[in-house]
Design a protein around this ligand. Structure first.
Ligand code: UDX
Length: 441
């Protein structure tokens, strides 16, 4: 099939690369000329494992093209995807400016029948609005509109696409459904076919539900600490029940990223607009916000209150491992708070430091874990990068000024930490004291 993708952001690029890899001819269009020029040279503007190779492979095979010419992409396409940014405005509403602009551009070149599919996350009712807009701009309705939301995760976006657990088609006609089925044939996935509104809602409900699981387990963790229970065992114990499932039950400093924070607040707003107070999701957001500061409380307790002038090593800045994305990262608020307390912060992240420095003024970073830990009064873990698990803790004991680790992601096992000589506080588990000491240092 011939596919045109409008928008070469994260989801647009990954979708374009994956659709071309299963044999479709894909043209990705963007209004950003520099970005298109870079992509044509094989430079990929985002970090996603495997994406650059996949793009290069399919460009070489002549199945994947990048262009700024809408006409070139749209003419001859069976499906035109709109995959542009829909960030929230300052009043919490979703900014549909880019989506509307993209829709108008498509309308301009809409000569023969096309399926226009929206993959951007949009408030319920948007597909129908875009349909009206395109009809008006094109002067005819020789097209179908569809909602086809995306569920991929950063860091595992390619395997999430190739092994998708389900595809959701919000459609109004059999023709639209058939086209989407044909496009997805090789993914061999389960398909949910529904109307436009339900499909739009599925995306919000999925993300809000996952966010709810995280806030729920974080609250369980907070209680575990007080009653002597271990949240990792509680997660294991409840997760084996297939009705609950073991995923998204890792307690920590809360969720971040470009989707959960945005989609939960959009869902609250969508409900508000129809006169419904979405209480659970509001609480999920509140719990998530408060959770990030637990590590500061634990740090203060560990080093006896005052953080002023204390050298604090921060390990991990990205909102999760395997990405350099800092959008919505809990580390931002945590570091602001540490800065307010006049702590002397030195941070390390394998790849997100440069992005972090653009957001957090005066952030000092280093290129190695040991450099960050050297002479530190305490070390805080904010992202569970796999390399942190391999840290030689005996070396750390020697180079730190004060052996305090506050682990916001439960990277180390309690049994291992008991064999060492650290003050070790994590989330929802017992605090380990240095040998011979039973109270705060
Ligand atoms: C999410 C959804 O998973 C994906 O389906 C949707 O398309 C986009 O939003 P993403 O933002 O890439 O994907 O990251 P995800 O892996 O879901 O993690 C989101 C946040 O939740 C991260 O900050 C992560 O650290 C946190 N998280 C996740 C937890 O705190 N505990 C968990 O058990 C799982």
């Amino acid at each position: 099939m011939n596919i045109c993708i409008i928008g070469t952001g994260y989801v647009g690029l990954v979708s374009g690369a994956c659709y071309s890899d299963i044999g479709h001819n894909v043209t990705c269009i963007d209004i950003n000329k520099e970005k298109i020029e870079s992509l044509n040279k094989g430079i990929v503007p985002i970090f996603e494992p495997g994406l650059e190779e996949l793009i290069k492979k399919n460009v070489k095979a002549d199945r994947l093209k990048f262009s700024i010419e809408f006409e070139q992409g749209i003419q001859g396409a069976n499906i035109v995807y709109l995959i542009v940014g829909t960030d929230p405005l300052s009043n919490g509403e979703t900014d549909l400016t880019y989506l509307k602009e993209a829709a108008k551009s498509v309308a301009k070149y809409l000569t023969d029948y096309k399926l226009i599919a929206i993959k951007s996350t949009v408030p319920v009712g948007t597909c129908r609005k875009i349909k009206k807009l395109i009809t008006k701009e094109a002067g005819h309705s020789n097209f179908d509109i569809a909602s086809n939301p995306e569920f991929l995760r950063e860091g595992s976006a390619i395997s999430d696409t190739f092994n998708m657990e389900r595809a959701v088609f919000g459609v109004e006609t059999d023709r639209a459904e058939k086209l989407l089925r044909k496009l997805h044939e090789k993914f061999k996935t389960k398909v949910v076919v529904t109307n436009l509104e339900s499909s739009e809602m599925i995306k919000y409900a999925a993300n809000a539900f996952l966010a709810t699981k995280i806030s729920f387990i974080n609250e369980i963790a907070n209680v575990c600490e007080k009653v002597g229970a271990d949240v990792t065992k509680v997660s294991e114990g409840i997760g084996l029940d297939h009705r609950i499932s073991p995923f998204f039950l890792n307690a920590g400093i809360g969720y971040g990223g470009s989707c959960f924070p945005k989609d939960t607040s959009s869902l609250v707003k969508i409900a508000e607009e129809v006169g419904y107070d979405f209480k659970i999701v509001k609480d999920v957001e509140r719990v998530n916000y408060e959770q990030r500061f637990k590590v500061i409380e634990k740090l203060k307790e560990a080093i006896g209150g005052k953080l002023k002038g204390k050298r604090i090593a921060v390990l991990g800045l990205a909102f999760k491992p395997n990405t350099d994305d800092m959008r919505g990262a809990p580390s931002i608020d945590i570091i602001y708070k540490l800065q307010q307390c006049e702590a002397n912060i030195i941070a390390y992240d394998p790849i997100a430091s440069e992005n972090a420095k653009k957001i957090i003024p005066n952030l000092k970073t280093t290129n190695s874990i040991l450099e960050a830990a050297n002479g530190a009064h305490a070390l805080i873990i904010l992202t569970e990068w796999p390399e942190f698990q391999d840290i030689d803790l005996e070396v750390l004991e020697k180079i730190m000024d004060n052996n305090v680790i506050i682990d916001g992601r439960n990277v180390f096992s309690i049994s291992m930490m008991k064999s060492l000589d650290f003050y070790y506080a994590s989330i929802g588990r017992e605090t380990i004291y240095p040998k011979g000491k039973k109270s705060s240092q």
